[in-house]
Ligand binder design. Structure first.
Ligand code: NAP
Length: 263
């Protein structure tokens, strides 16, 4: 009787060529997962893939624009064809643009939704049959603390992330009986190219992307529903729950929205 070789646990991470996605992919690789890395640009993706392979990781790097549902289906198909299974799926690809709510145009909202909401939605849709078939696995959806306490100038971005967070909350409950764990991540400021151009006060200083990655790996182990990182964000959340006007006041006096660096 012939036995198929044991399959390696596999993780797929979008937006893996930079920042938080890169850190999560590295942490998953270090934890023994084969990792499928996706982003639009080939060059940065290859740098990350080569770095992980040099550390002994099993890596598949694939270019994919998550705004394209067909391309996301191809990505998932390629991952399953290579590794035979999917254990962790991280919908992390995202874009950020500041836009005062008074002047947001339809195009700003559509652009924010296209990557931050629809990109994640396409990935969930494509990956879900594989997770359901095994009645196991984890979906990690990268929202933002902005979806919990929205800052000035972030209307379009926060609207897209809030849509994602609400979808994730429903998904978590719908998938619970099927053994699939859903975790929504709400990072505050993280030191990545996305917010390079933003100066923020000390109290909301940017944390390293590796800190978010550690929190995500911990959440996978404990099957946590949500991650808010760094923890001081929770203080603002409590104040805002008590009174949104108190929350707004704290944002104002602490200047939590930060300031765009002049170029
Ligand atoms: N940094 C923060 O302070 C912060 C705070 C809260 C939440 N977040 C969220 O965390 C996630 C990662 O952000 P980050 O700070 O690590 O940003 P980042 O360093 O700019 O990385 C973004 C990644 O997403 C990829 N990407 C962007 N658009 C894509 C698309 N349409 N299809 C596929 N890949 C795409 C980028 O590669 P390509 O451009 O080559 O495609 C890159 O790999 C995002 O969802 C972001 O909203 C970040």
């Amino acid at each position: 009787m012939s036995h198929a070789p044991p399959q390696r646990p596999t993780a797929l991470v979008t937006g893996a060529s930079s920042g938080i996605g890169r850190a999560i992919a590295a942490a998953l690789a270090a934890a023994g997962y084969a990792v499928v890395l996706a982003a639009r640009g080939r060059d940065r993706l290859d740098v990350v893939a080569d770095g992980l392979r040099a550390q002994g990781a099993e890596v598949l790097a694939a270019t994919c624009d998550v705004r394209d549902a067909g391309a996301v289906e191809d990505l998932v198909r390629a991952a399953v064809a290579r590794y035979g299974r999917l254990d962790v799926v991280v919908a992390n690809a995202g874009v950020y643009a500041r836009s005062p709510a008074t002047s947001i145009g339809t195009a700003d909202v559509e652009a924010a939704l296209a990557t931050n909401f629809w990109g994640a939605f396409h990935l969930v849709r494509a990956a879900l049959p594989h997770l359901l078939a095994r009645q196991a696995g984890h979906l990690v959806l990268m929202a933002s603390f902005d979806a919990r306490k929205t800052l000035p100038h972030d209307g379009a971005y926060a609207a897209a992330k809030a849509a994602l967070a609400c979808y994730a909350a429903a998904l978590r409950q719908d998938l619970r009986p099927h053994g699939v764990h859903v975790c929504t991540v709400f990072p505050g400021r993280v030191d990545t190219p996305m917010v390079d151009g933003l100066m923020v006060p000390w109290i909301s200083r940017k944390v390293a992307p590796e800190r978010v990655a550690r929190a995500v790996l911990g959440a996978l182990r404990r099957r946590r529903a949500e991650v808010v990182v760094p923890w001081p964000c929770r203080l603002l959340l409590w104040a805002d729950t008590l009174s949104p006007r108190l929350g707004d006041w704290l944002v104002r006096v602490l200047r939590l929205d930060g300031e765009a660096r002049s170029r």
